[in-house]
Write a protein that binds this ligand. Sequence first.
Ligand SMILES: *Cc1c(COP(=O)(O)O)cnc(C)c1O
Length: 397
Amino acid sequence: MMKVLSKILDDEISNLEKQGLLITPKVIQSAIGPEIIINSKKYINFSSNNYLGFANNPKLKKAAISAIKKYGVGPAAVRTIAGTMVLHQELEKKLSAFKKAEGVILYQSGFVANLSVIPAIISENDIIFSDELNHASIIDACRLTKAQVIRFNHLDTVDLSKKINAVKNKTSSDTKKMIITDGVFSMDGDIAPLPDLVAVSEKYNCILMVDDAHGEGVLGKNGRGIVDHFNLHGKVDIEIGTLSKAFGVVGGFAAGKKEIIQWLKQKSRPFLFSSAMTVPDAAACIEAVNILEKSDELTKKLWTNTSYFKKGLKELGFNIGESVTPITPIMIGEEILTKKFSEYLFENGIFATAICYPTVAKGKSRIRTIISASHKKSHLDYGIKVFSKVRKILGIL
Ligand SMILES: *Cc1c(COP(=O)(O)O)cnc(C)c1O
């Protein structure tokens, strides 16, 4: 046992505390919904990724309970040895049809999906072009490949083309070049310029991968995601999705051409070396896809709520950034002020987290709200009212 380790970590933790960077999550004592209980008090929830209210949907709960009665709770094995159950197969088939993709492979989470897919496709001598604001799981997955990673300016396909051109002489015909982008960027709510990225990937013969964690269940017809939103079926090589956000459960997947999915089922390490998704999770996700396939009621409600909330804040002169999705940042700027803003919201019954440096750039701190189909108009109205009240208390415009 390393004696000094405790001391080193203690010091580091004190440092974080002094800088106001220590993370101390609030503990939720109820199901996740538009209203939640914290410290035995009710709050309106603007912080969850529960876009469609699926986290506590009666149909999903019922599906999970029935599946447990029939199949137990877990597969107790990795997929390749003894863990592939009919539910996994059914969910892969359903998702694949829903996404209009040739195939789908399930993973244990969206984070795991990136760690699984990128290193299975890209090796040391290949090159990755990654949007500078891509998610942490993409960054980590790229590191696992040992390939050169070239970051391009956020959403900037001109910069991307320039950077692809700059390495032209260093690549041979069998060097794989992969462009990776988030679909919806989680801190700003802006969207990747997917049609332009498709054009660049075709022009320079690159593999194109989009991680649509925040677009799944949100963008496209009935929530089919960003590829459907831009009608680019078959033009994006790999689509990563999560079942942990709009789907309200937990899990992840990759969708794409048959050969790619087949390859991932042979080679992606968390598929081979980490146990399969649990029974209730898989069953609840199957039900989520069933609901979305049948009706666009929830996605429509999500977008109506989003417009209503954004309009209300804009009319009051709030800076809500460049968002075109239900992710609605309220830009404050300074770190301590942003934290204070969030605390005052909390005192007034609103749970909306402050997102500060280092998650976003210094001076760009914000309150990030995420709108859900499950919010009632009264929740949104109350939210807008409290935002306005706190701004007055803090004396900012
Ligand atoms: C949230 C998120 C993930 C992780 O998904 P989980 O299912 O929660 O592990 C991956 N990529 C992006 C872009 C995300 O926003």
